[in-house]
Design a protein around this ligand. Structure first.
Ligand code: ZN
Length: 94
């Protein structure tokens, strides 16, 4: 997971303050460091075989179920659900 890629993806969503972007990026890194899927929080697993579509270089490892979710959503809607929709993000405190 590259901090710059995650930051870029979050900024691309267009509705977040920079403080929030940094906070969310840190939260996702924290999940990855604990070997948990940063998208759904499930784990533990050292190495996810799948990668999220949210970054251009696919540097964010996620679990198989989340990868399936993304693929289905993209096929249905033409859009990959953005990182801000991930349930792992703690939105408290703005
Ligand atoms: Zn997951």
């Amino acid at each position: 997971m590259h901090r710059e890629c995650v930051t870029t993806a979050l900024i691309g969503f267009g509705r977040l303050s920079l403080g929030l972007v940094e906070r969310y990026a840190r939260q996702l890194e924290d999940f990855a460091e604990r070997c948990l899927c940063p998208r759904c929080g499930e784990g533990p697993r050292a190495q996810w075989a799948s990668a999220s579509l949210v970054t251009g270089d696919r540097c964010v490892g996620i679990c198989e179920r989340c990868a399936g979710d993304e693929t289905v959503s993209e096929m249905r809607t033409g859009v990959v659900p953005p990182i801000v929709t991930w349930p792992t993000l703690d939105r408290r405190g703005g």
